[in-house]
Write a protein that binds this ligand. Sequence first.
Ligand SMILES: [Zn+2]
Length: 228
Amino acid sequence: MDQCMDYVSRFAVSSDAILGAVAGMTPFLNCHKHGDELTDDEIAVFNCYPGQVTDFNRHMIGHVPATDFFVSCGLHPWYIHDDWREEIDIMRDEVSMDKVVAVGECGLDKTVSTSLDLQKEIFIEQVSVSEQIGKPVIIHCVKAFDELLAVHKYMAPRQRWLIHGFRGKPEQAKQLMAKGMLLSFGHQYNVSTLLYVLSTTKSLFLETDASNLSIRYVYDQIACHLSR
Ligand SMILES: [Zn+2]
């Protein structure tokens, strides 16, 4: 199966799916999560850094059903090391594993000290890996959406890009969605944007990221907007 379709179709949730999960009828789908904890009725994609995937898999298989977790792997712009080229090589091997459904998180962040030029170079390398192996990219983008759109235009990717933790306004969502990008929402978001995305595409992505809040909390919060 096309791995891109796999992640995108498996973790996209509609209004009905959100309400169904809150009612206890379907699992909570968490498209981006850190740590190694899985709550009841949750299926999640865990973020791993290069070199962690094999150990992480082994650790998880020991205590949760193998069908309840997946992995993504990438170099986060907050943690760029001098040996990033070697880390990309490690990541390239790891993302070809069946359990790994996406590249990332990776991306661009103007609030960190690493130069934006270097961040772009490293991000483009990871986009290339995504294109080569046919898996989508989970993207961290902070105050760098113009640059992200420029990279998207330059790379013209076939794989989908999912912007995680999206908090922008509807206009920005519209601009990104026009390029085929997908949007994921955590516990903080612009309500108008979330409702706009749901009404336009009939689905979106939900996540806990590094928060201690549960995925149920995110679903419950959104279910309240839907029932108003
Ligand atoms: Zn994250």
